[in-house]
Design a protein. Structure first.
Length: 177
């Protein structure tokens, strides 16, 4: 799992060539931004060549709806066609899993009293990847519960115990396993 801060933090071709028996994750926001001469951050209006080169069928790409808000119609489809899956996080509106040839999969956000969203994307992506063996629906549900717990505290803090997260997951599913 890599989360570059800027477009030149990783070599996308080397990343794409890494062995990935369990899959790889790319939090792609950094590949979508660059610095101007005056050190201002700018966001690309489309999928960058670096992002597209980093995508392989073994790669799960994580982007937020804010990061792709300015993209032209159909631009997300270019990323979906190259990646194993693209997960678009939408904050309180949940998340969507997009995969080539499959219907979009939307999961509502787990209710949370958001205090600090710092690190939410990383928490979501980590939980998703650790749960992916159970399928993308299960993975996005688990990630939703983990990120809800992560944003309810200020600053870096441990997540609640596993049994607390499992109860919250059951409640989010309407009480089912």
């Amino acid at each position: 799992m890599l989360a570059p801060l800027l477009d030149d933090d990783i070599d996308p071709d080397s990343f794409a060539a890494l062995p990935a028996p369990g899959g790889r994750a790319l939090l792609a926001q950094g590949l979508q931004r660059s610095l101007t001469a005056s050190s201002e951050v700018t966001h690309a209006p489309r999928a960058t060549p670096a992002l597209l080169r980093a995508c392989t069928p073994a790669t799960s790409v994580f982007l937020s709806s804010k990061e792709i808000a300015g993209w032209a119609p159909g631009e997300i489809d270019r990323v979906v066609a190259r990646a194993g899956r693209v997960i678009v996080t939408r904050g309180a509106d949940g998340a969507e899993v997009l995969a080539h040839g499959a219907a979009p999969l939307h999961v509502d956000a787990c209710p949370a009293r958001a205090i600090d969203p710092t690190g939410a994307g990383e928490a979501f992506a980590t939980a998703f990847m650790l749960s992916l063996a159970d399928g993308p629906l299960a993975a996005v549900r688990v990630a939703s519960v983990v990120v809800a717990a992560a944003v309810e505290v200020r600053g870096p803090a441990p997540l609640p115990a596993r049994d607390v997260l499992l109860r919250r997951l059951a409640a989010a599913r309407g009480g089912g396993p």
